[in-house]
Write a protein of this length. Structure first.
Length: 227
């Protein structure tokens, strides 16, 4: 699935250079479930952005199924992203004026899916995360946990190969946190996704089978950490 070689990301501001990622090597297999943790500013979100083709490395290769994302044109990269990669963020990033169903449908627009099929697939995805009764609700009419489930449905409706989650439970209270983790866990198993998640939650990190830690842009991976 993913092969990262010497991935480096430098941000330069005036005379200051930040090494957000500093020579990261990482292999991620199909169907893997990788948890990423580390101190704030360590480079976790930057790594996720590289994996998701949201940004390009300063140096190195980010290969997804044989294609180096760093070398793709913007148009090709957008295509790879919209077909293969689902994102879930800490702030749910829903469009406030669209219903749950319409928010989920937005993921299918760039894929050229027709209106009727879009509607059906969005309803199906929302049902699979337990929101079949909330299709017509606006984000403001839902709890945080429900909004995050809409975001998960939006990430998964296109049937991506990869799900990237950046602190998906960061804005939620404890009970909702467990609920969202259960949904993500179930989706990973049911859909055969490759699931990569950044979390500050040490309970989740402890249970991870593969745990990556990033400090000052340097990555270490512990296998079978939770076994
Ligand atoms: N667009 C940017 N411009 C300049 N510096 C940046 C930019 N994005 C990130 N950085 C810097 O890169 C480093 C890594 O940032 P990153 O967001 O990846 O950390 P993080 O591990 O996700 O932290 P957090 O846990 O707080 O989310 C930080 O020092 C940050 O200030
Ligand atoms: Mg971050």
């Amino acid at each position: 699935m993913y092969e990262l070689r010497n991935v480096t990301k430098r941000y330069t501001r005036g005379k200051d250079t930040v090494h957000a990622l500093d020579g990261v090597d990482l292999s991620i297999a199909d169907g893997d479930r990788l948890v990423i943790q580390g101190p704030t500013g360590g480079g976790k979100s930057t790594l996720l952005q590289m994996l998701g083709g949201l940004d390009r490395p300063t140096d190195g290769e980010v290969t997804l199924d044989g294609t180096d994302l760093a070398k793709l044109s913007e148009a090709r990269l957008t295509k790879v992203r919209s077909e293969n990669i689902g994102f879930v963020f800490q702030s749910f990033n829903l469009i406030p004026t669209l219903t749950a169903q319409e928010n989920v449908e937005t993921a299918l627009v760039p894929l050229g899916v027709k209106t009727k099929e879009r509607r059906e697939r969005a309803a199906e995805a929302l049902t699979s995360v337990g929101l079949g009764e909330r299709l017509g609700h606006l984000p403001g009419e839902m709890s945080g946990g429900q909004q995050q489930r809409v975001a998960i449905a939006r990430a998964l409706v296109k049937q991506p190969k990869v799900l990237l989650a950046d602190e998906p439970t960061g804005n939620l209270d404890e009970s909702m946190r467990d609920e969202i983790m259960d949904v993500l866990e179930r989706m990973w198993k049911e859909l055969g996704l490759t699931f990569i998640m950044v979390t500050h939650d040490s309970a989740i990190a402890k249970k991870a089978l593969r745990l990556a830690t990033i400090r000052k842009g340097k990555l270490t991976v512990k296998e079978n950490a939770g076994a």
